[in-house]
Ligand binder design. Structure first.
Ligand code: ATP
Ligand code: MG
Length: 566
C-alpha cells in the first residue's frame, strides 16, 4: 500500500523507552517494517506538543529504516476543515524541512470502516441503540458501579442489520440512535462498556462532502486506520491508556492481523506560562484575545515560525526533553534556550535602536561620513562582513543615557567615555532634557585616534553601545513579547484561564531605527539586534514602507525578565 520509503534525514535518532519496545518486537518478528504515523485531527493548528509527537514518530521510522506517514484523523466533520488540513501539512513540512512524506486520511477508509461495522453486527457484536444520549451516559456506570445493559442489547442480528442500513442511508436524525459494540457492561474498564462505534451526523465532510450520514467514532476508526496503513507501532499520549483494550478488541473482532498494529502510550508535553489545548487556543482565537493561530505569543508551530523560532531549535528542544512514560511540564525558557543557541550560531548581526534619541558628535566634521566594515556573525567568520555608515549625528537608545548616574554606570552620563560599537570612543559633554526630566538628546566629542572602537594606549572604556547613523537609518517597528498569561500554569485552570491574560504581553517600539543593510536582507533571515535580542521579520504586520520585527528570544535568559521562576 505504501511504496514510498522515506529518509527523514533532518531527524536525529531517538533514544527512549519506545525504542526498547520496538527492539524487542524486531527480535521476535525480524521481517516487519517499522511503521509509525502522526495522526492529527484537523480541528486546529499544530503546537509544540504535536511537534514532540511528530518528531518521535518520524525519528523512530528513520532509525529503523521504516515508514512514517501523516494521517489525518478526519472523522468528526463538525469541527474539522480544509484550512486546518492545509496548515497542518505546511507545519509538518516546515518542522521536518521536507515535504517528502506520505499523507493519508482516515476518511479514505470510510467504506472499510463500514464493512468492519457490518462484520461486527453479523457476529452479534454490535447493536443499534435508540436510548437517549443521556441514558447511554448514565447507564455506563462509574469506576465503582457497573453499567446497566440497554434494552436494545438483545435486538436480533437480522434486526440490527436492517436498522444499521437505515442509519447508513440517513433515515434517522442526528442523535436518534448509535451503533454500539456489544462487549461487557460490567467491565471494570468503563471504556469497554459497550462503546459507541457510529453516530449519525448529517454534516458535510471537508473531503467526502455529503456522502455520509454516519461517522465512525475515534476509537473505532483509529485502530482500523492503523491496520489499513500497515502501522506497526501506534504511539499516542497517556490519556489513551485505558482505550488500549478497546483498540485491541476492535482489531481482533474485525479480523485484523495481530500482533500489529500495537498501541504504546507516551507522556504529553506541557509548557509553563501557556496553554496548548486546542480548545483553549481556539477560544483565544475566536474571542480575538490574540492575533490568530499564528500569534507569536502562543506555541503553535505557525506562531513560533512567525516569531522566528527555527525548526532546528524546536527539534533540539524535543530531543533534549526526551520521551518518557510520564507527562512532562517544561519551563518555556528551555525551549527558548535551544532556539537561542542555534540563533547564536546563525543569526546575522545588525544594529537597531529600539527607542531612539539623538547623539550629536560636536567635533565630527559636518557633512562628513564614513563606513565601517563589521562582521555578520563573530561566531562564524564564513558569514562575511557588511558595511555600516557612520556620521556625526547618530541614534542611540534612550536607556543608554542617564543624568546624575552612579559611579559604576558605564554608558552616557556627563564626562563618561563610551565605546560606540565598531566605531569610536566618545565622551559625553551635554545631556538635553525635556520639562519632565526625560533625556531628549545627547552631545559628545569623539577621539579620532580610536577608530574601530579601540586605542593602543590601554585606556579602559567599560561601556559599549550600539548606534545607527541618522543619515542612513531606516524606520522600523519592533515587538517584544512577555508571557501571555499572568499564571504559571494556565492550562490547569478551567475556563477561567481567560481571566489571566497579561495586559503587557506585547511591548511595541514604534519609532525604532535600523541600519540600512538589514532592510536589504531577505525576509526569512534571522537577525541579532546587537544587545537587544534575536529578531525576525513579522510577515503579517510589515508593510512596504515599514518592517515590523518580532523579538524571537532575548540574548540571555535574564532572570529578571521572568515573571515566574521555574
Ligand atoms: P489537543 O489536546 O491539543 O486538542 P489532541 O491530542 O486532541 O490535542 P490530535 O490532533 O488528536 O490533538 O493530536 C495528534 C497527535 O499528537 C496525537 O497522537 C496526540 O497524542 C499528539 N499530541 C497532542 N498533544 C500533545 C502533547 N501536548 N504532547 C505530546 N503529544 C501530543
Ligand atoms: Mg485527539
Amino acid at each position: 500500500m505504501n511504496t514510498k520509503t522515506k529518509e527523514y534525514t533532518s531527524i536525529q535518532e531517538s533514544n527512549n523507552f519506545i525504542d526498547k519496545v520496538i527492539q524487542t518486537d524486531l527480535r521476535e518478528y525480524p521481517d516487519i517494517t517499522v511503521h509509525t504515523r502522526f495522526p492529527p485531527e484537523p480541528n486546529g493548528y499544530l503546537h509544540i506538543g504535536h511537534a514532540k509527537s511528530i518528531l518521535l514518530n518520524f525519528s523512530l521510522a528513520t532509525q529503523y529504516k521504516g515508514i512514517c506517514n501523516l494521517r489525518f484523523d478526519d472523522t468528526n466533520p463538525d469541527r474539522e476543515n480544509q484550512e486546518f488540513i492545509n496548515a497542518i501539512i505546511e507545519d509538518v513540512s516546515w518542522l521536518l524541512e521536507t515535504d517528502n512524506f506520505v499523507i493519508h486520511y482516515a476518511s479514505d477508509y470510510f467504506s472499510t470502516y463500514l464493512a468492519c461495522a457490518r462484520l461486527l453486527i453479523d457476529k452479534g457484536l454490535a447493536y443499534v441503540d435508540f436510548s437517549s444520549p443521556e441514558e447511554v451516559r448514565l447507564n455506563r456506570g462509574t469506576p465503582t458501579q457497573q453499567g446497566i445493559e440497554s434494552t436494545y442489547r438483545s435486538t436480533s442480528i437480522e434486526e440490527n442489520k436492517r436498522l444499521f442500513e437505515k442509519m447508513v442511508v440517513g433515515s434517522y436524525d442526528d442523535g436518534e440512535c448509535i451503533l454500539r459494540a456489544k462487549i461487557d457492561m460490567a467491565h471494570p474498564n468503563i471504556v469497554m462498556r459497550d462503546p459507541p462505534i457510529y453516530r449519525i451526523k448529517k454534516t458535510s465532510h471537508p473531503r467526502q462532502k455529503d456522502a455520509w450520514k454516519i461517522y465512525p467514532m475515534y476509537d473505532f476508526a483509529h485502530c482500523l486506520g492503523d491496520a489499513m496503513d500497515n502501522v506497526t507501532h501506534s504511539l499516542c499520549t497517556l490519556e489513551f491508556e485505558n482505550n488500549r483494550p478497546l483498540y485491541d478488541w476492535f482489531l481482533e473482532n474485525t479480523g485484523h492481523r495481530r500482533p500489529f498494529p500495537k498501541q504504546t502510550e507516551f507522556g504529553r508535553l506541557s509548557l509553563n506560562e501557556t496553554v496548548l489545548s486546542k480548545r483553549k487556543l481556539k477560544r483565544l482565537v475566536d474571542e480575538q484575545k490574540i492575533d490568530g493561530w499564528d500569534d507569536p505569543r502562543i506555541y503553535t508551530l505557525c506562531g513560533m515560525r512567525r516569531r522566528g523560532f527555527t525548526p532546528t531549535g524546536i527539534r533540539a528542544f524535543c530531543k533534549e526533553i526526551g520521551t518518557s512514560r510520564s507527562n512532562s511540564q517544561i519551563a518555556v525558557q528551555r525551549l527558548e534556550e535551544c532556539v537561542r543557541q542555534e540563533l547564536n550560531m546563525s543569526a546575522t548581526r545588525v544594529m537597531c535602536v529600539l527607542d531612539p534619541i539623538l547623539l550629536r558628535i560636536t567635533n565630527y566634521p559636518e557633512g562628513q561620513s564614513e563606513v565601517f566594515e563589521v562582521p555578520n556573525n563573530p561566531e562564524d567568520p564564513s558569514a562575511g562582513t557588511h558595511n555600516v555608515d557612520f556620521s556625526g549625528v547618530l541614534y542611540i537608545e534612550r536607556e543608554d543615557g542617564m543624568v546624575n548616574a552612579p559611579k559604576k554606570y558605564y554608558r552616557f552620563s556627563l564626562g563618561k567615555e563610551v565605546r560606540l560599537k565598531y566605531a569610536y570612543y566618545v565622551t559625553c559633554t551635554k545631556i538635553h532634557q525635556d520639562e519632565n526630566g526625560d533625556i531628549t538628546s545627547i552631545e559628545a566629542v569623539y577621539d579620532p585616534q580610536s577608530r574601530g572602537g579601540w586605542t593602543d594606549d590601554k585606556r579602559r572604556v567599560m561601556g559599549t553601545v550600539h548606534w545607527v547613523s541618522c543619515q542612513k537609518a531606516r524606520h522600523c517597528k519592533v515587538r517584544k513579547f512577555n508571557p501571555l498569561f499572568t499564571h504559571e500554569h494556565p492550562e490547569t485552570l478551567g475556563e477561567e484561564f481567560i481571566d489571566y491574560l497579561n495586559k503587557e504581553s506585547i511591548v511595541l517600539y514604534e519609532h525604532s531605527m535600523i541600519e540600512e543593510f538589514a532592510y536589504k536582507l531577505a525576509d526569512d533571515v534571522h537577525l541579532q539586534f546587537l544587545r537587544k535580542g534575536y529578531c525576525y521579520k513579522d510577515k503579517v504586520q510589515s508593510t512596504d514602507s515599514c518592517t515590523m520585527y518580532n523579538i524571537t528570544v532575548s540574548l540571555k535568559d535574564s532572570l529578571k525578565n521572568r515573571i515566574f521562576m521555574s
